[in-house]
Design a protein around this ligand. Structure first.
Ligand code: ADP
Length: 543
């Protein structure tokens, strides 16, 4: 027997209309290339999204067409999020930091019909224009006054496109399983793979994101996503904010600028900020050197890479900010786990609480987890056993776009294999040991590079660190610590290795240390271990 409840579809357009109806005066503040502080309201944003939807119809877009964006975090990009997806097209967010060959690959693979681009990415597109012949036109997200000279064909000005259209638009009554957005993984191995989100997964994910033990977002918050709109839908923040009516503050091209971020956080009364560890390193370093305290910020959600314990501690002790670690993936919309204290654990000492906070986090309702061994057998949640981490849930991909199972990413019983190796403790807190491909195997035993990196980040002379496995005649592989020194600080290799004593098992301690000027990063700000391993593949061990 079926229940007797309405089958109202979960649609992205309904989030936009809810935001405009209930929180119409709430502000969206952006830094853009041509305006240091643009501000307007939800009402204006949603009206312009409807204008954009009309413009796309005028251009001849059909339901399901892919329309790409190549843009920073600002208000026009939010309008594209709602205007494109809400009207039934697929918003394909492109990471401008990808290599040109990758850009060509994903634009062609996605079969993008139009590309909406910030002015500063026009040269990027010009350089690849002859390799993306199926793109019918380019919309430059600016006004007539700031339109650049360009060799691109069929160029339109975003503001002019909108100005010709009505702000009345009837959002289509879509099937909630209709595709809404497309985001490619950064493709550290092989070609990038497309993750195709739908309306239902997006709305359910936003519901989960706002809950107290996840992002804890309400209408009284002011939220700054430093995570880019081109990286897993900025972790769902554009949807979550309009769902609850939180103020949305966006840094535009100022993502990695500690000083600019600090100023934005303060002047826009930001209570919640989200981003990968690298951006917070820049912010914390700036605060330290300029003697600033983040007085208004209450919480940060940090994920995308392991969060050093020392970073969580610095946020807490120097700024009174709760830093919540999270773990997820492009394939997971991205939220999988977030780290907050469970009832019953309040009695843990300060130090124990920090140890716990350094784990990835505990399960969110909507994302089931399990760890399995090589035979596919489930491993116990004892905090010791580590195995392949698999997940399942309504906002986790069931396949990649146009790959039809070829990626081999899913198990026969329908779980997604994350490619991460993890432990889960009896309280349900999961900790990532490594990515499968970064695992270091020494004398037949695994060593966690993440734990070694985390530990050394607490040393004051270390600005950034990575640990990789390098071939070793006796142990197959041994860990090599690669360090970028903090400005004005010094430490010898011996001193750094000594720092590990008593903190990790003796045989885990890296065999050598190499100092470098900087580490190679991926387009999403993670250390490129593949490149590092390549760089040190012929490394000669000192002893
Ligand atoms: P990409 O796969 O393109 O690098 P994702 O953002 O999808 O980009 O990366 C997801 C991966 O990032 C995870 O599989 C995991 O390896 C890593 N990751 C994310 N959050 C954490 C975390 N809190 N601790 C350790 N690793 C993390």
């Amino acid at each position: 027997m079926l229940g007797l409840m309405m089958n109202t579809p979960l649609l992205i357009s309904s989030i936009a209309e809810h935001g405009a109806n209930y929180h119409g005066d709430r502000e969206i503040v952006s830094v853009t290339v041509d305006n240091p502080r643009h501000r307007y309201t939800y009402r204006e944003c949603v009206a312009r999204s409807r204008q954009l939807a009309n413009a796309l119809a005028s251009l001849g877009a059909n339901t399901g067409d892919r329309i790409a964006t190549l843009a920073w975090n600002d208000y026009r990009h939010i309008e594209a999020y709602y205007g494109i997806s809400g009207a039934g097209y697929v918003c394909h967010t492109i990471n401008p930091r990808l290599f040109p060959e990758q850009l060509v690959f994903i634009i062609n693979h996605a079969e993008d019909r139009w590309v909406f681009t910030d002015v500063m990415f026009v040269p990027l597109l010009e350089a690849i224009a002859d390799k993306i012949p199926n793109v019918e036109g380019f919309v430059i997200m600016t006004d007539e006054q700031h339109m650049p000279e360009t060799t691109l064909k069929n160029v339109m000005c975003y503001e002019t496109l909108l100005a010709n259209e009505s702000s009345e638009f009837e959002w289509p009554d879509l099937d909630e399983r209709s595709a809404s957005a497309l985001c490619y993984t950064s493709g550290t191995t092989g070609d990038p793979k497309g993750v195709l989100y739908d309306h239902r997964s997006t709305v359910l994910h936003a519901y989960a994101a706002v809950t107290p033990d996840v992002m804890a977002m309400s209408s009284r918050d002011s939220v700054l996503p430093v995570v880019p709109l081109f990286h897993v839908n900025a972790w769902g923040v554009p949807y979550a904010t309009l769902m609850v009516g939180a103020k949305l503050v966006m840094p535009g091209p100022k993502m990695g600028d500690g000083e600019a971020l600090c100023e934005l956080l303060d002047s826009e009364d930001v209570t919640l900020a989200l981003g990968v560890p690298t951006v917070w390193l820049a912010l914390l370093q700036y605060c330290q050197s300029a003697g600033k305290r983040l007085d208004k910020l209450q919480r940060t959600v940090i994920g995308g890479a392991a969060v050093p314990r020392s970073m969580i501690q610095e946020f807490r002790d120097q700024h009174g900010v709760e830093a919540r670690q999270g773990w997820g993936m492009t394939e997971m919309s991205p939220l999988g786990v977030v780290n907050t204290l469970k009832a019953g654990l309040e009695g843990l000492s300060d130090d124990e609480q920090l140890d716990l906070a350094a784990k990835a986090g505990r399960g969110i309702y909507g994302c089931e987890m399990r760890i399995v061994n090589d035979e596919g057998e489930q491993l116990p949640w004892d905090g010791e056993a580590y195995g392949a981490l698999q997940v399942r849930g309504p906002w986790i991909c069931s396949d990649y776009f146009k790959l039809e199972g070829a990626a081999g990413s899913h198990t026969d019983d329908g779980w997604f294999d994350t490619g991460d190796v993890a432990t889960i403790d009896p309280e349900g807190y999961m900790a990532i040991t490594d990515r499968t491909k970064d695992v270091i195997k020494s004398g037949g035993e695994w060593i966690s590079s993440i734990e070694l990196e985390n530990t050394i980040m607490a040393h004051s002379a270390v600005a950034e660190a990575a640990v990789i496995g390098v071939a070793h005649p006796k142990w197959t592989e041994r860990p090599l610590l690669v360090v970028v020194k903090a400005e004005g600080q010094d430490a010898s290799a011996e001193e750094l290795l000594k720092f590990y004593e008593g903190k990790v098992a003796n045989w885990w301690i890296p065999t050598d240390v190499e100092f470098v000027e900087e580490l190679p990063h991926t387009a999403t700000g993670k250390v490129k271990k593949i490149e590092l391993r390549q760089q040190f593949k012929d490394y000669e061990w000192s002893a």
